[in-house]
Design a protein around this ligand. Structure first.
Ligand code: CO
Length: 294
């Protein structure tokens, strides 16, 4: 269902500053998919509850065609947002779905999912993002869950300044996104800003927040953020939000969430609290108990 909610203005009187600009690391994952790891393991604590953000984008099929064959996950959620192209996913519980232009797959791996993510095209542009969102320790072994949202299913509105806002998670301007989560209260917005437009978003001071610019350039509190850069927003106790100005036509992701303040132990596709839980995950995967349908 397409929603056409009426936005209410957000009031931000003390905007956050930029703490740090980050350029992603070119890397390859899955069966040789070329991508940029924007949020790396070194930033997991600073950007708690987010564990990873990958940006993939190429018009060369050699960079993406082999996709991500069967692989496991445990202990967190993956949110895949396709800007262009088509990706088929299949998992160990027998689910299957096709992600297309502008669609989102939200998957809660919980105690374990084995899935594949394979491009369904042999030519053209493939572009998108995968964000990893942590689960609190009490939910890491929950039953797996997923949902596909077509572009038309995502709440979307246009502000008075002409900014098109797609709400993948959380709330903005009185409109609630496709997914909400109590423990981490994630906000995940895709913003398309015309040149010169400004966008304000209130944010709790304790929430960790960042922006990723994937087209054009923006400015936050006087700091310019060029294309393909992430800006980590400072956590100032007095700040009540962020104000983003488009210095040229821009497309950006604004992501924020409530930190879990729990130990983070990652081993590849498993993210748990302790080394013992990681060993259990590895063992369960080896013995076929991870992702088995119970
Ligand atoms: Co995966």
């Amino acid at each position: 269902m397409t929603t056409h909610p009426t936005p209410r203005p957000e009031s931000v009187s003390q905007p956050r500053m930029v703490e740090q600009l980050v350029t992603g690391q070119p890397t390859s994952d899955g069966a040789g998919v070329q991508l940029t790891r924007v949020l790396t393991q070194a930033l997991q604590r600073r950007l708690d509850p987010f564990l990873m953000l990958d940006a993939f984008g190429s018009d060369n099929p050699d960079d993406y065609i082999a996709g991500f064959p069967d692989h496991p996950h445990r202990g967190f959620e993956t949110i895949t947002y396709m800007i262009a192209g088509r990706m088929l996913h299949r998992d160990s519980a027998g689910h299957e779905g096709l992600l297309e232009n502008g669609g989102v797959q939200w998957m809660t791996a919980g105690r374990g999912v084995i899935h594949s993510e394979i491009p369904q095209q042999e030519a053209g542009v493939m572009e998108g993002f995968q964000l990893w969102l942590n689960l609190p320790g009490r939910d890491k072994m929950c039953a797996p869950w997923y949902r596909d949202f077509a572009a038309a299913d995502l709440p979307r509105f246009v502000t008075g300044a002409g900014v098109t806002v797609t709400l993948i998670a959380g709330s903005s301007h009185g409109v609630t996104g496709a997914v909400t989560r109590e423990a981490t209260l994630p906000l995940y917005l895709d913003l398309h800003l015309p040149a010169g437009a400004s966008f304000a978003q209130s944010l709790p001071a304790t929430h960790n927040a960042f922006i990723y610019v994937y087209r054009g350039a923006v400015s936050v509190a006087g700091q310019s953020i060029p294309t393909q850069h992430m800006a980590i927003l400072a956590n100032d106790a007095a700040a009540d939000g962020v104000v983003i100005e488009a210095t040229e036509e821009a497309k950006i992701l604004l992501i924020a969430g409530q930190p879990l303040h729990e130990p983070i132990t990652q081993h590849g596709p498993f993210v748990m609290n302790t080394a013992q839980e990681i060993n259990q995950a590895i063992n369960d995967f080896r013995t076929g108990r991870l992702g088995s349908v119970e």
